[in-house]
Design a protein around this ligand. Structure first.
Ligand code: ADP
Length: 238
């Protein structure tokens, strides 16, 4: 596998506060990575940097072998998609929402739209108004919209927080399908079981620092750092 992201000496500051400081991080093409850590640890901030829409305060990000500063920021993100916990949907049908990403890129793929509606259990809702759906249904629409473009990188911020087991299972199944297509998937999640089900590698962030990284299974059972162990066992005070 070749490195897709290379981060060096990254910090992100808001005002005088440094909310993220990662000295080194490499993510390979096709990897599945979990970002774990307590609320406020910097997971969403790191996802926004990996989306390349926001710049770090200091440090360098290389994406696909090129320094991000040198690439045109507005062209790179077309193959990178970030799905938020509370997605913004267009006030139109479910199908039109799903189709949106390709329409924006002036492409059509009706077959993939139909397959995604089925995969995410949205067939019956295809003509429903997206803004009237339940939280779980909206999340599934947002994921279908992201998967339609077959992104090279899928970034997920707490994709299944507050969802019931049925919705969680549908979402995870669709994420795994994209994984099988070779995409790189990075997911910030509080759910350690989900991290284990979806990812090969986990990164533990705490107070904006990358404390530990390693195979997900190993992180959950044999973490090296005492803070990681405390977090995984639910005993970390923060
Ligand atoms: P996590 O996703 O792990 O919960 P975040 O990345 O959302 O953590 O936040 C890390 C820290 O950065 C938090 O203390 C948060 O308040 C702060 N933060 C995030 N975004 C901003 C912003 N736009 N302005 C100021 N502070 C921010």
């Amino acid at each position: 596998m070749s490195p897709l992201y290379q981060l060096k000496g990254i910090t992100k500051q808001y005002g005088a506060r440094t909310v993220l400081a990662v000295s080194q991080l490499v993510i390979d093409e096709g990897e599945t990575v979990a970002l774990i850590g307590p609320s406020g640890a910097g997971k969403s901030t790191l996802l926004r940097l990996l989306c390349l829409l926001e710049a770090p305060t200091t440090g360098a990000i290389c994406y696909a072998g090129r320094p991000v500063m040198a690439t045109q920021r507005h062209t790179v993100p077309h193959e990178i998609t970030l799905v938020f916990q509370r997605p913004l949907l267009l006030d139109t049908t479910v199908r039109a929402n799903v189709a949106y990403g390709l329409r924006l890129r002036k492409r059509r793929d009706d077959q993939r739209i139909e397959a995604l509606l089925d995969l995410l259990g949205l067939r019956e809702l295809a003509h429903a108004r997206a803004t009237t759906l339940s939280g779980g249904e909206m999340q599934r629409v947002a994921l279908a919209r992201a998967l339609l473009i077959q992104p090279r990188v899928l970034l997920l911020d707490e994709p299944t927080a507050n969802l019931d087991p049925y919705n969680v299972a549908l979402m995870e199944q669709a994420i795994k399908a994209l994984q099988n297509e070779g995409s790189t998937i990075i997911v910030a999640t509080h759910n350690l079981h989900q991290a284990r089900r979806l990812t090969q590698r986990a990164i533990f962030l705490w107070q904006g620092q990358l404390i530990e990284e390693g195979p997900t299974e190993q992180m959950l059972h044999e973490a090296r750092d005492a803070r990681t162990r405390a977090f995984v066992s639910g005993e970390l005070i923060y």
